[in-house]
Design a protein around this ligand. Structure first.
Ligand code: GLC
Length: 613
């Protein structure tokens, strides 16, 4: 054992043990011993280069103001993993330091939920290359100061995964990896408090399997079998997979569907405290074997629950390092539609300060739908109805609200709850698709301004900002999924377009791509020079007398930054005393001098970053 390994074991071993004590009543010593033995072999297999990287990497790399993320499907971005290496200069030109390649481990053939139905965690999807291509790519990214994030689906495996195949083949050991019920008694009891994730194309949470004569727990699609984390063998399997991926050079694991890992009768089976005990074990193991690796929690849960994924109370500093700020995303789209940022202020200001060493990933769009996660009590604080506002947003973004420029597509319409989630690219939701169709140059500029303003908030809010592939070129909805059998029921494919070759764009498309990518790159450049945007500092949203205009104030040891945003297309006039402090009238994003009198004229969709004077 190397000295570093031994000291990390001494430091983080107790967290593994206490996590095990939370989860399992029996055999804790035996399971602990198996984990430590696995840690030893995993660390033994780690390359010298990665061990050196473990020691060299600044511990706050994902919190840094220089960090900028990019999220892409390997095939849609670059063909395959080798192709991604050729795109490194492009990523660098955007200022990207963090690359999340969407699910790339070997999925089941045919329908696979966009790669989230994995049949082999130790191989790559054959069309993307091989596991050694992944390792080579990681090395190339590292030498270019770009980190690699890969999805690890913790909640379920594909129907075709070896564990599920062996379970169906009659092996008791593997049957115990899943939740199987011979009749409906327990499933029916669970269903009473379980929501449905895909009520439209995958209603219910259980699927009948003839071979096993059992109902199988399938929270998502019928071909995604939930694994049973109350079985320590499942834990050991995933620790082994984590070590395997870490040793290929993966820097960050995006822990997919993490909220669902622990089931408890009478609850929604999300956000159970055991989820955090599991994460504590996984995280401590990674700290011991691959200390430069971090975890990104994909917990798209309510504002009161999400904080726990970054470590609250006894889990502080022990679970994930970054988590998606779903509320920020929802609130940006809500504020654009309502031309009103007051709800955003209520919703965002009530988040507690994040634990040290953690941060958000901030984003305007991702590969999933937008669920209108507007909290009823937040809406009530403004005298609004939560249900009414959610309905308005669904109407607005599906384009049926009068004068809405948005071209979203409904996802998982649920008559029982009235939920209507939305798919669509940032540009199509922002009005670019409609503006191009009607050839309205004013509307085209306005849509680009809206996308840019959304990204300015994402880059300026604090956290690790993510660019979702294609947004930087204003890519529109792609309806070709309707022609593919395995995709046509799932409108999320509408916002997963292929990245075209620049030269294949129309002249107008090239112009839009150049403008938007230049503006987003400016955000990355400006961010780098502003220590106020280091994630250790937090943000406050400040409303003004103009409902559409708000400030984000970043105030802390690293200095003060004032950001002004106008969420409405109309210009606003604000008196200078409404600014949170005296500011120098120079926008740090563009370098433009601003014309401030006693009255400040703020153009529609303005995004200004300002220093105190
Ligand atoms: C996550 C993914 C989503 C997928 C689900 C089930 O939420 O982001 O795309 O459908 O997990 O794996």
């Amino acid at each position: 054992m190397s000295d570093h390994f031994a000291s990390r074991l001494a430091l983080f071993g107790p967290d593994i043990r206490s996590g095990l004590e939370d989860l399992y009543c029996e055999n804790v010593d035996e399971v602990y011993a198996r984990i430590i033995a696995l840690a030893d072999t995993t660390h033994g297999a780690r390359s010298k280069a990665l061990k050196a990287r473990d020691l060299e990497r600044p511990s706050d790399w994902y919190q840094s103001e220089s960090a900028v993320g990019y999220v892409a499907y390997t095939d849609r971005f670059a063909g395959d993993l080798k192709g991604v290496a050729h795109k490194i200069p492009y990523l660098k030109s955007l200022g990207v330091t963090y690359l999340h390649l969407m699910p790339l481990l070997k999925p089941r053939p045919g329908q696979n939920d966009g790669g989230y139905a994995v049949m082999d965690f130790r191989n790559v999807a054959p069309n993307l290359g091989s596991i050694s291509d992944l390792e080579t790519l990681a090395g190339k990214l590292h030498s270019n100061d770009v980190t690699l994030t890969v999805d690890l689906v913790l909640n379920h495996v594909a129907y075709e995964h070896e564990w599920a195949v062996k379970a169906r083949g009659g092996e008791k050991k593997y049957q115990d990896y899943f939740y199987l019920y011979s009749d409906r008694t327990l499933p029916d009891q669970y269903e009473e408090s379980l929501p449905e994730v895909f009520p439209d194309f995958a209603p219910g949470n259980f699927t009948w399997n003839d071979e096993l004569s059992s109902w199988v727990w399938t929270t998502f699609n019928s071909y995604q079998w939930d694994v049973n984390w109350s079985n320590p063998d499942v834990l050991l399997e995933f620790l082994d997979i984590i070590g395997f991926l870490a040793n290929k050079g993966v820097d960050c694991l995006r822990l997919d569907a993490i909220a669902f890992l622990w089931k408890r009768m009478g609850t929604a089976c999300q956000n159970q405290s055991e989820v955090h005990s599991i994460t504590q074990i996984l995280r401590s193991f990674a700290r011991i074997v691959a200390p430069s690796m971090i975890f990104q929690a994909e917990a798209i849960v309510g504002p009161n629950d999400v904080g726990a994924y970054l470590g609250q109370g006894r889990f502080m500093g022990k679970v994930s390092d970054v988590a998606y700020h779903n509320s920020l995303m929802v609130q940006i789209w809500s504020a654009f539609a309502a031309r009103d940022a007051r709800l955003m202020a209520v919703a965002l200001n009530r988040f507690e300060k994040l634990p040290p060493g953690t941060t958000w990933t901030t984003y305007l769009r991702c590969h999933d739908d937008i669920g209108w996660a507007i909290d009823d009590s937040d809406a009530q604080a403004l005298g609004w109805s939560g249900f009414g506002h959610r309905s308005f947003l669904a109407d607005y973004y599906s384009g049926i609200f009068p004068d809405s420029p948005a071209r979203g597509v409904l996802f998982q319409v649920n008559p029982a709850t009235g939920d209507r989630r939305i798919s669509g690219t940032a540009a199509s939701l922002a009005g670019l698709e409609l503006a191009l169709e009607t050839n309205d140059s004013h509307a085209i500029n306005s849509a680009m301004d809206r996308v840019f303003c959304g990204y300015a908030i994402v880059f300026g809010f604090g956290g690790l900002p993510l660019i979702y592939m294609g947004d930087e070129w204003g890519l529109l909805n792609d309806h070709s999924y309707l022609l593919r059998d395995e995709e046509k029921a799932d409108s999320r494919w509408v916002h997963r377009p292929h990245m075209p070759k620049f030269e294949d764009l129309t002249e107008q498309g090239r112009d839009i791509a150049l403008q938007l990518s230049a503006r987003i790159t400016r955000l990355a450049t400006a961010r780098k020079s502003l220590p106020q945007l280091h994630a250790s500092q937090s943000s406050t949203v400040v409303t003004t007398s103009h409902n559409g205009v708000f400030f984000v104030v970043r105030d802390g040891e690293r200095g003060v930054l004032v950001e002004a945003y106008n969420m409405s297309p109309d210009p606003a006039v604000l008196s200078l005393d409404e600014f949170p402090c005296e500011v120098t009238p120079v926008d740090l994003i563009t370098g433009d001098e601003l014309d401030f009198g006693d009255q400040v004229h703020i153009p529609g969709f303005a995004s200004w970053w300002l220093l105190p004077s």
